[in-house]
Design a protein around this ligand. Structure first.
Ligand SMILES: [Zn+2]
Length: 388
């Protein structure tokens, strides 16, 4: 089952990814699934023990996979997205099809990428803008009411405090800290995958809203949130099949070389942890990582970046840092292709069945902490794009 988790920030909140260095700290712009899971585990342990049925269901038996929560449920800009450096109102562009098409085009006939990295919007007297196109950055996007993609990042502000000596109630010399915090009253949303028992247990303990503490600065009143969960729907196989078909039609309209191929994309909404046979972190997703049955699908192109995942253990091992692990960053995206077999409909249906399951249940390791959230054949790759 899929549940929607909503967290409202009741006070300013700061979530760190790294252990503190120096006197200035940043905050993450989202609530990692692992942070939510840790906060909930702590609350459960305060009210009961690790032997309780509730604790086992929520944390020990892979019955509940928490997801990252993002402002309004917004998605991370895919690494293939580009926008005008001078005027973000100009149409966006997405490079996934373009780079994929290059791979299928014979040498000598390849599209000119340099020219495409200039903004094509009309500006001035009938001319084009020609400003450089750049990656919109670390943030998030949403589709606004005019069906245009725009940036949707949480509000943050900078706060400062001095350390107080509890003995003399005076500030300690030289102990001045500043930090970025997410401002209060913002609402973050994400998905939780759960077994029927897991879903029922989670709904019971969150009720109409469960107060939790996340992040740093609790002694200064930071990080109080209210969490609640509602029923939601995952994607169905029919919807996925439709999505794959629309994606493929758009691809062929943009580049005729895609005709006769079955394409699908994978875009990571949260960092994915994948290991190879030697248990080393992988820096790319192959079709077989998504499902061994997709083995024959070739990775045409990808936009990817590594990220180090750090964190602290919650509960009985609280305060102990987890070992750092290398992951594939959120926003990374991949385009796969396979030649069409005689029965295209059947081929697409089989792919749809697999992708539906993976999109709902995620891929890779540590899925219970929110890793490996992926969207397949995301509209962004063709809707927000100007294509030649
Ligand atoms: Zn422009």
């Amino acid at each position: 089952m899929i549940l929607r988790a909503t967290a409202r920030l009741e006070t300013p909140t700061a979530i760190s990814q790294r252990r503190a260095t120096g006197n200035d700290l940043d905050t993450l712009a989202f609530v990692p699934g692992t942070t939510l899971r840790g906060a909930l585990a702590e609350t459960c342990l305060r009210q009961g023990s690790a032997e309780d049925r509730t604790f086992a269901t929520l944390f020990l038996e892979d019955q509940v996979r928490f997801g990252d929560l993002r402002l309004g449920g917004n998605a991370r800009w895919p690494l293939s997205a580009r926008w005008c450096r001078e005027n973000p109102e100009h149409p966006l562009m997405d490079l996934l099809f373009l780079y994929g098409a290059r791979e299928l085009t014979p040498a000598g006939n390849k599209p000119d990428l340099e020219a495409l990295l200039e903004c094509q919007a009309t500006a001035g007297r009938g001319g084009t803008c020609k400003a450089k196109m750049g990656y919109p950055g670390e943030g998030y996007y949403f589709l606004n009411s005019n069906q245009r993609y725009e940036a949707g990042n949480p509000d943050t502000r900078r706060v400062a405090h001095v350390e107080i000596d509890p003995g003399v109630l005076r500030s300690r010399n030289g102990r001045f800290h500043s930090a970025s915090v997410l401002t209060r009253h913002q609402t973050f949303e994400g998905k939780i995958w759960a077994s029927p028992e897991g879903a029922e247990t989670l709904k019971k303990i969150t009720g109409k809203g469960l107060p939790l503490w996340i992040g740093r600065g609790r002694s200064r009143g930071q990080g109080r949130i209210t969490l609640w969960v509602d029923d939601d729907q995952g994607i169905s196989t029919d919807e996925m099949e439709q999505q794959i078909n629309t994606f493929n039609q758009a691809a062929v309209r943009a580049f005729s070389c895609f005709a006769g191929q079955v394409l699908f994309s994978c875009t990571l909404d949260s960092a994915a942890i994948l290991f190879d046979e030697f248990l080393l972190s992988k820096d790319s997703v192959s079709a077989a990582d998504i499902d061994p049955e997709l083995e024959g699908y070739k990775l045409l192109t990808c936009f990817t970046r590594p990220v180090d995942i750090v964190g602290w253990n919650a509960g009985p091992r609280a305060q102990l840092p987890k070992p750092e692990v290398r992951a594939i960053a959120a926003g990374s995206c991949f385009l796969f292709a396979h030649e069409q077999t005689s029965d295209r409909k059947q081929q697409v249906r089989r792919v749809a069945e697999i992708l539906t399951r993976v999109q709902n249940e995620r891929l890779g390791e540590r899925r219970e902490e929110g890793h490996g959230e992926a969207a397949f054949c995301s509209e962004f790759h063709y809707q927000g794009a100007i294509l030649p």
